[in-house]
Design a protein around this ligand. Structure first.
Ligand code: IPE
Ligand code: IPE
Ligand code: MG
Length: 243
């Protein structure tokens, strides 16, 4: 049974996948696919925040994506450095804070400059949060958290007796609420190293649509699907089941 009132997930995460295949199907280059994907994200994020989502995390570039051709990587880096500025102007008007998650090395200086600028420009905004994951890897995030924890324990800032799940979350790139709904477009059914810690109890949704074509209607469909799920968090809650 579907709940009467549509519940909007607090934290939505999206793996923006399928730009390359979308382009290929249309006889376009992979870069053109990324261009359309990036434009789509600008429109779609607007819609998602208007729907009432408080945190939106998107996977824009993984640590492993550096394995791709030089042409593709450098196109994406240019797209990021121009596009994030545009996102910032648009989302600032809606009081949205933009944050970035991932390792800085080996991102080019021009991207780091924009990342720092946009973070600074939007840091006082207190509406929703747009968490853009660039050069992000979930395993590295955990490794980096452990390194910081060891450093703080050695410095006497943190007592090792106090290390629990709450502390771990605090030492992640961002101290955010857990993911409620995780969407991966393009029909792939894997995490590819995205938000390993934060996705612990997320509901997963895998539409076949490639990201450049994942529009507002498709997002509404994801919300409908989310509302059909019965989240139990390890407990017992059969309220939506015929048992
Ligand atoms: C996702 O689209 C965007 C990035 C990884 C930057 P892909 O480039 O992975 O597209 P496919 O999976 O090859 O179709
Ligand atoms: C994951 O997609 C990374 C992003 C969407 C940014 P990939 O296309 O890189 O993942 P795999 O290689 O199919 O697992
Ligand atoms: Mg892909």
């Amino acid at each position: 049974m579907i709940k009467q009132k549509m519940e909007i997930p607090n934290h939505v995460a999206i793996i923006l996948d399928g730009n390359g295949r979308w382009a290929e199907e249309r006889g376009l280059t992979r870069s053109e696919g990324h261009f359309h994907g990036f434009n789509n994200l600008e429109k779609l994020s607007d819609y998602i925040f208007k729907k009432g989502v408080k945190i939106l995390s998107v996977y824009a570039f993984s640590t492993e994506n550096f394995k791709r051709s030089k042409t593709e990587v450098s196109y994406l880096m240019s797209l990021f450095s121009e596009g994030f500025k545009r996102y910032s102007k648009r989302l600032s008007k809606q009081n949205i804070k933009i944050i970035f998650s991932g390792r800085r090395e080996p991102l080019p200086k021009k991207v780091l400059k924009i990342i720092d600028q946009v973070t600074e420009e939007t840091k006082k905004n207190h509406g929703s949060i747009f968490n853009i994951c660039v050069n992000y890897g979930g395993q590295y995030e955990i490794v980096d958290a452990v390194q910081k924890i060891i450093k703080d324990v050695k410095a006497g800032i943190l007592d090792e007796k106090n290390i629990d799940c709450h502390t771990m979350n605090h030492y992640m790139y961002q101290d955010l609420a857990p993911v409620d709904l995780m969407i991966r477009t393009s029909g792939e059914h894997r995490l590819s190293n995205f938000l390993l810690w934060q996705n612990a109890y997320a509901e997963f949704y895998f539409p076949k649509t490639y990201f450049p074509a994942f529009d507002e209607k498709e997002f509404d469909q994801a919300i409908i699907e989310y509302n059909k799920r019965n989240r139990r968090f390890g407990g017992i809650n059969y309220e939506n089941e015929n048992s």
